[in-house]
Structure formats: C-alpha cells, structure tokens
Design a protein around this ligand. Structure first.
Ligand SMILES: Cc1cc2nc3c(=O)[nH]c(=O)nc-3n(C[C@H](O)[C@H](O)[C@H](O)COP(=O)(O)O)c2cc1C
Length: 322
C-alpha cells in the first residue's frame, strides 16, 4: 500500500493510531509502528517534558520504526507545556506530531523551523483549510462517530471526509468509525490517504488498560456511546455508563461547568483504565466499538486489516466490472 501518507511518514501501511490520553503509551505505540503502521504517544499523559522523554525512550527501545507524539491544544485545567515537549522531541529526534484541539498556529513556526511533520486533527473543511494555510503537512478529519472530540456539527465521516478531501490539497487521513480493512478501503475510495483509529486499538493485547474495559468493548454495540459536554462547548463521545448518563441528565438540566467537573474530570478515567471500574468515570469510546469482536495483538489486527482490504478491493472490482 502506497499513498502520500505512507511516503510522508515512512510507514508500510496507511494505518495510524490517534493520540489517546492515558491509553496511548509506549507499548501500544511501539507495537503499531513495529507492525507497519504509525504509533503515537500522548504527551499530555506524561504531563512533563522529562516524563515525555522517558516515554519516547521506551518506544525507541521497542522499535526503530517511525512513531509520533500527540500535542494536546485543548483548553485544560492544568497547563500543557507544549513548547517544552517540542524541545524534548527535537533532542530525541522524533519529528512527527499530531496536533489536536485548538489551532496549531502558535506552535507552527517552532515546528516548521525544526522540520516536523505536522498532522493536525480537525472536524470539518473550514478547519482543514486553516491547517493547510498554516503549513500542516496533512490533516486528520474525524467524523461524528469518533471516540473523543467530534466537534459541534454532528456530521458523520461519510460526508465530512469527502468534503475535506475536496477542500484541501494536502493529504487527508480519515478518522472516526474505522476498525477494519473494509473501512480502510472505504476511506481510500472517498479520497483519504490513510486511516486513523483510536477505539479499535484500545481492544488490542498491547493496549495498557484493564481487561474489564476490553471485555466491555467486546460486548458493546455501536449504540453504547454517548456525546456529552455539548453544553460546555467541548462535545466528547464516551462509553455509555452510569457517569456519562448522569452527565447527560445534568446537562439537560442546564448544569454549569463547575457542576460537571467532578464527573467529567480526566483523572477519573484512570479508575476505569487501570482499576477496571467501568463506572469510575467517563472515558472516550467511538461508535466503532460495535465493530470490535475480538481482542487481537496489534500485529494480528493490522495483518487482518490488510487482508480484509485486499478482499474488499477484489470484491469492489468484481462488482464494478460485472
Ligand atoms: C480512549 C481515547 C482517548 C483519546 N484521547 C485523545 C487525546 O488525548 N487527544 C486526541 O487528539 N484525540 C484523542 N482521542 C481521539 C483519537 O485520537 C482518534 O481521533 C479517534 O479515536 C478516532 O476515532 P475512532 O475512535 O472511531 O477510531 C482519543 C480516543 C480514545 C478512544
């Protein structure tokens, strides 16, 4: 498989793992890069430049393939030292970043001066055009199905992806709802040059989260997620559980940010991911959870996606030509 994304990133398959707060750590990222995709570690998880350096070194000990770092530009209760993270990346010679949240404009001069490959994650054509104008090398577009932040417009990947493909000339990576090789071929057919997944990579053997979460994912279907935090302008697709349902009820009653914080704080997700308490807090999960029916190793998942993609391509060929 060869696309502008595989060429840009120096990877074998156009399959990328998006940054995942708490989940996107060295062992998962390294396994994805080692299997021919692009693994990404999430700087916000380590929180400090030295923590990020250690995590980068852990990845390097596990693979010599390219990998990237997610820089979180979302408004946050705790300061995010992104300039210092970039400095560590320069020193460690890791030059691929996924930016997400607000516009990457303030960081672009530093990133471009140091020859970073910048992939900025957006939720629609307007933001994709801005990212292109600012010098991003690729955009990642996530539709409403996505785990994490889908944006305010509620447009699904099937529509927003070709809209973005038609709006920019830099390569587009499709996210939100992808979990298998059929999806990969579908994304390529719509003009994307790669897929980015989060939810599907959570249900792999290398994902450093409690088995209870993986087990829940196997049993859940595509209806078992919910978008919360819309009232506070930061919609987030999370797994349906007691806490997310309570947030939803409170938002419908007009709760303020201060009232919601004890429920939505990211700190609570640790109880879910690491203690296996499924009702411990809210945790990001996309609709593609409905497509997860087996916990595979990352290598098995990527190999399976590639063979499914080949089958799907042959199937289309047969349909179109008969
Ligand atoms: C558990 C989890 C945590 C996430 N954390 C982040 C994050 O910290 N930063 C970010 O840009 N995206 C985050 N995302 C979004 C993913 O990077 C990716 O864009 C998304 O999962 C793609 O859609 P999918 O879930 O349908 O595969 C997260 C997603 C999940 C499932």
């Amino acid at each position: 498989m060869k696309t502008r994304i595989t060429e840009l990133l120096g990877i074998k398959y156009p399959i990328i793992c998006g940054g995942m707060f708490q989940v996107g750590r060295a062992e998962l990222a390294a396994a994805i890069s080692e299997a021919g995709g692009l693994g990404i570690i999430t700087s916000k998880t380590q929180g400090t430049p030295e923590g990020l350096r250690e995590e980068i070194q852990k990845v390097k000990a596990l693979t010599d393939k390219p990998f990237g770092v997610n820089l979180n530009l979302f408004p946050s209760m705790t300061a995010t030292p992104n300039e210092e993270f970039i400095q560590v990346m320069i020193e460690e010679d890791v030059k691929i970043v996924e930016t997400s949240g607000r516009s990457p404009e303030p960081l672009m001069p530093l990133l471009k001066k140091n020859d970073f490959i910048v992939m900025h994650k957006v939720v629609g054509p307007r933001y994709a055009k801005t990212a292109e104008r600012l010098g991003a090398d690729a955009v990642i577009i996530v539709g409403n199905e996505t785990g994490g932040h889908p944006g305010m417009s509620d447009v699904g990947t099937l529509v927003v992806l070709p809209r973005v493909v038609d709006s920019v000339s830099i390569p587009v990576i499709a996210g939100g709802g992808f979990a298998d090789g059929r999806g990969l071929v579908g994304a390529l057919a719509l003009g994307a040059e790669g897929v980015l997944m989060g939810t599907r990579f959570m249900a792999t053997k290398e994902a450093p989260i409690h088995d209870n979460v993986k087990e829940w994912m196997l049993n859940a279907d595509e209806t078992q997620t919910i978008v919360v935090q819309r009232n506070i302008g930061s919609p987030s697709r999370v797994a349906l559980n007691e806490v997310s349902e309570e947030v939803d009820r409170k938002e419908k009653d007009g709760a303020t940010l201060e009232e919601l914080i004890p429920l939505i704080t990211g700190k609570r997700s640790k109880d879910v991911y690491f203690e296996g308490n499924l009702d411990g807090g809210i945790w990001s999960c996309g609709q593609s959870v409905g497509l997860v029916d087996e916990v595979l190793s990352v290598q098995e998942l990527i190999d399976q996606m590639v063979s499914e993609a080949e089958k799907a391509t042959a199937f289309i060929h047969e349909r179109v030509h008969n």
